[in-house]
Design a protein around this ligand. Structure first.
Ligand code: GDP
Ligand code: ADP
Length: 400
């Protein structure tokens, strides 16, 4: 892009060696191979912007930015984590909103680049700890999926959460937007699918249904196992995704019983009941024969089926709710520096050169076992207790 940008690149690269952070106000520049990623803004009301300076091609690129962007904070720091991503630490943010990743060359980013035929980067929010295995439940309409899921949620409210799907079908009486479904328009949902917001989607009984990435992540963020009530096509897509889940198919004892339940529920017009019954035959064939599902349960007597479901989920006998290990979170002061030592990120806070030891501390992040990533969360970060220090960085003993 001409001389001006060549000058800018030289200027940028002077301050950036081996991808190590050089911060200029609310702008950071991180170099990975031939590219410098300049992240700016993030203070006051401004969202973080990303620009790429490609040294080899001598040009500036404004990439398509995917994933949920971090909300504005009081600036940020950045450091290269590996060849594929940059770690961003937001200043003045809440402790659960401090760690973010900008993926620049991950598998997801490469796939999206190909698909969109443009330069792509993607945001992913960092979370402490890992998510439990999620649960996918499929089965024909009226078999009792919703009933079984409600029983689980009622008996174990702190253990299970429900992924609230999006749908273009009209709400039934008693259904609440945002609780039972996110009721939406076809055009809006199609655009959101194009924008990569959905883990899976399918056309079921003439309407569009889909699980947004956010719907699953918010349940996992709350430390709960997420239950997805989705059709067989959706289950197949989730099976092919990176989501770690157990897949359960619920079968009716007979077609006659299924019809009885659908009619007794009284939520659907005759035409809808007939459509659901027609589709049920194919769904049951697919569910029983495909290799998507880990388990098939027959919902004849409700209590028996519920008991078996609990056994599959490891809830037999006396279940004590797993105590989540305490999350430290990070409250990041504006005044800090960041460095990387092997798999550890060391955040040094305070001003050691002015000698006030009580103000100085280091936060250590272990990033050796990261899971997930854009367009969802990056999990598996371990935050070690804050370490006070009085000697130099070399003298500090890092946790193993
Ligand atoms: N693929 C997919 N299927 C969904 C989703 N949400 C619901 N479904 C399925 O859509 C079908 C119809 O659901 P619904 O309209 O609530 O009717 P019901 O099954 O008769 O209660 C069921 O098989 C659900 O499992 C979703 O997010 N994705
Ligand atoms: N084992 C069962 N025996 C008899 N009725 C059942 C049983 N399981 C569920 N039902 C009833 O069948 C109807 C459909 O169940 P629902 O949970 O809405 O199905 P789905 O979510 O699979 O569409 C509901 O009226 C429910 O009370």
């Amino acid at each position: 892009m001409g001389k001006a940008s060549a000058f800018l690149i030289d200027d940028l690269l002077n301050g950036v060696q081996n991808g190590v952070l050089k911060s200029k106000g609310c702008e950071t520049a991180t170099t990975i191979r031939d590219r410098t990623y300049v992240i700016s803004g993030g203070d006051d009301a401004l969202a973080l912007e990303v620009q790429i300076f490609d040294k080899a091609a001598n040009k500036r690129i404004i990439p398509t930015v995917l994933g949920t962007k971090p909300m504005p904070g009081k600036g940020h720091s950045a450091i290269q984590l590996d060849e594929n991503k940059i770690l961003i630490l937001k200043k003045g943010s809440t402790s659960d909103d401090c760690i973010w990743f900008l993926e620049v060359d991950s598998t997801y980013v490469r796939e999206q680049k190909k698909k969109l035929d443009t330069e792509v980067v993607a945001w992913s929010k960092g979370m402490e700890g890992n998510a439990d295995m999620q649960i996918v439940i499929s089965g024909p309409s009226g078999v009792g999926k919703g009933t079984l899921i409600s029983m689980l949620k009622d008996e174990f409210p702190s253990m299970f959460g429900f992924s609230v799907s999006h749908t273009t079908r009209a709400p039934r009486i008693g259904e609440e937007d945002g609780v039972h479904y996110h009721f939406t328009d076809k055009n809006v949902m199609e655009q959101e699918i194009k924008d990569g917001k959905f883990l899976e989607f399918a056309s079921v009984h003439g309407n569009l249904y889909g699980t947004s990435i956010e719907a699953v992540e918010v349940v996992a963020d709350a430390g709960k196992r997420c239950i997805l009530d989705i059709d067989v096509q959706g289950a197949r897509s989730v099976r092919a995704s990176a989501l770690d889940a157990i897949f359960i198919f619920i079968c009716p004892p007979s077609m006659e019983e299924l019809e009885k339940r659908l009619r007794a529920r009284g939520t659907d017009a005759e035409e809808q009941v007939l459509k659901r019954l027609r589709n049920a035959k194919t769904e049951i064939q697919q569910g029983e024969k495909s290799d998507i599902f880990d388990h098939i349960l027959y919902n004849d007597k409700l209590e028996d089926c519920y008991k078996k479901l609990k056994e599959l989920l490891g809830l037999k006998g006396n279940v004590t709710t797993k105590q989540k290990s305490a999350s430290h979170g990070i409250d990041l002061p504006v005044d800090h520096s960041v460095s990387k030592i092997n798999d550890k990120i060391v955040i040094t806070c305070g001003t050691p050169e002015h000698g006030n030891e009580s103000k100085n501390f280091r936060i250590v992040l272990n990033v050796s076992a990261l899971k997930g990533g854009a367009p969802g969360r990056t999990r598996g970060i371990e935050v070690y207790d804050v370490i006070s220090f009085s000697d130099g960085l070399n003298g500090m003993k890092l946790p193993n």
